[in-house]
Design a protein around this ligand. Structure first.
Ligand code: DAT
Ligand code: MG
Length: 201
């Protein structure tokens, strides 16, 4: 009940900033209001570029077939990152060759292409402080045989040709990959209800 009253007052204060709601608002302790300000859409530090860092994560066809999508998403949610884009698709050879532009001349590329186009992938954009670097640590070494336990690859795979997940390896790479896989309108800017503990840090 108290939460509803506070929310109503805050909603009024965002519409007008003047009149009775402002007077009533000042009667509430700041700590009590902080959570509710975030919940009704107050924007603060989340617009800073460092906090808004984004990366591309994809569950590869083996991960989808093995029903690992949920567990992989859970790891990123648990870490505190914010999901801003998500879709499932069948990758074309053309999209894959643009994604792996630097690997196209590698001897293993034909097998990589066959594997990556063999079934659907689930591709996501995650946002948060140092998300590119942290995701690479969470995903683990390219070769699962060298990936630490506790990483996605270290826990769910044993061979480089079936390493379950993709994660962008740099800020520039992430920007390029996000633009390649997602249209701008497919990415959502939204404020978490626990913004002060996850995003505005
Ligand atoms: P990462 O996925 O860790 O960024 P990468 O960009 O070097 O690694 O390679 C992309 C993918 O290509 C990798 O996840 C699995 C595949 N790959 C890399 N090296 C390989 C190899 N020697 N044999 C087979 N597949 C390989
Ligand atoms: Mg890579």
């Amino acid at each position: 009940m108290l939460r509803c009253i506070i929310k109503k007052i805050l909603q009024h204060s965002y519409v007008g900033e003047q009149g009775t709601s402002k007077g009533l608002l000042s009667a509430f302790p700041t700590a009590l209001l902080g959570e509710h300000r975030a919940a009704v859409g107050h924007r603060s530090k989340s617009s800073l570029p460092e906090v808004r860092e984004r990366t591309l994560i994809a569950v590869k066809p083996d991960g989808v077939h093995r029903r690992l999508v949920g567990q992989i998403i859970q790891r990123f949610e648990q870490r505190g990152f914010k999901l801003v884009g998500l879709k499932m698709l069948q990758v074309s050879e053309d999209l894959l060759s643009q994604h792996y532009i630097e690997l196209r001349t590698k001897p293993f590329y034909p097998r990589l292409q066959q594997y990556m186009t063999s079934g659907p992938v689930v591709v996501m954009v995650w946002e948060g402080h140092k998300v590119v670097q942290t995701s690479r640590v969470m995903v683990g070494h390219t070769n699962p045989a060298e990936a630490s336990a506790g990483t996605v690859r270290g826990d769910f795979s044993f061979h480089v040709s079936r390493n379950v997940v993709h994660a962008s390896d740099s800020l520039e790479g992430a920007q390029r990959e996000i633009q390649l896989w997602f249209k701008g309108r497919e990415l959502l800017n939204w404020d978490c209800c626990d913004q002060s503990n996850t995003c505005d840090v």
